[in-house]
Design a protein around this ligand. Structure first.
Ligand SMILES: [Zn+2]
Length: 288
């Protein structure tokens, strides 16, 4: 698993994409099969194609809309293996392929396609009229753009413009650690997940978490993610910590304070509890 996580954190893709892949590797993303096991639904069948059980691999690879896209990307001779490898092996193998295809690596196209496959599904846009051809072009262009931004970011150092800075995660300065959290909710309020990762100045993975928060609002999910991120870093005895937050609302809670009557004030105060301890913390707003 450690080798797989290393590949995930090194793939050239957006931070959100990597966090998503990490959640996939931990097998914590919600599927109908899982919902059925928890008695949240009475069928584990995929509601998009109704042609099979909705497992993680079904969502990301085997459901017809995705199958069609992958079939356009993967050479015929390799399709047998591609479509038959179990989840973790599938992630591991494909994230390790750095063959260049038209100005980007296969691993980049693979990561981006997986993430967008999930997003499109959550937006429920795979219909019978889904324009697959356009999606194929969209993904290829995005892979090219991401790779180019990555190369430019390297050439110019890490002080590039905003977009470049956030396509490529930048390590903290020497002696500091960085925690990145991400929360996703299906609807606002809706069923929410939060995940986070802690890394050191070399970008080495030092810890991570993924939690199922239940039904809540988007800022509440973000705050839970930050709270757990702080908790994890404190438990690991990190001396100096940068917390990257992509929600302006949440950053303003920390910088400008929050009224006691605000429904989220309890959680902001829980986070403040960590701020006042014997370590250095900086909260930084990043754009995603
Ligand atoms: Zn399906």
């Amino acid at each position: 698993m450690q080798a797989l996580f290393t590949r995930i954190w090194h793939v050239i893709a957006s931070e959100q994409t990597r966090v998503f892949l990490w959640l996939v590797a931990r097998q914590v993303i919600m599927t109908n099969m899982k919902r059925q096991r928890r008695h949240l639904t009475d069928t584990g069948i995929c509601q998009v194609c109704k042609g099979g059980e909705e497992s993680i691999l079904h969502i990301l690879r085997d459901c017809p809309a995705m199958f069609e896209i992958w079939s356009r990307f993967v050479p015929m001779a390799k399709q047998g293996e591609f479509f038959n490898t179990p989840l973790l092996g599938w992630l591991y193998e494909n994230l390790g392929v750095h063959t260049e295809i038209g100005r980007y690596n296969w691993s980049t196209l693979f990561a981006i396609t997986t993430w967008w496959g999930w997003k499109w599904r959550c937006w429920n846009v795979f219909g019978k009229t889904g324009k697959c051809r356009d999606r194929v072009k969209f993904l290829r262009d995005l892979a090219k753009e991401t790779s180019e931004a990555h190369t430019k970011g390297r050439e110019r150092g890490t002080a590039g413009v905003r977009v470049e800075r956030h396509i490529v995660w930048t390590p903290p300065i020497s002696g500091w650690f960085k925690v990145n959290t991400d929360a996703a909710s299906k609807g606002n309020p809706g069923r929410a997940l939060a995940g986070g990762v802690l890394r050191d100045e070399d970008g080495t993975w030092c810890g991570g978490f993924a939690i199922n928060i239940g039904i809540c609002s988007a800022p509440l999910a973000e705050l839970w993610g930050i709270y757990y991120g702080l908790y994890m870093a404190w438990e690991k005895r990190v001396p100096r910590l940068i917390v990257e937050v992509d929600s302006e609302v949440v950053v303003s809670f920390f910088n400008a304070g929050i009224n006691d009557s605000h429904p989220l004030s309890f959680l902001v105060r829980l986070c403040y509890g960590f701020f006042s301890r014997d370590w250095l913390i900086r909260v930084i707003h990043v754009y995603s």
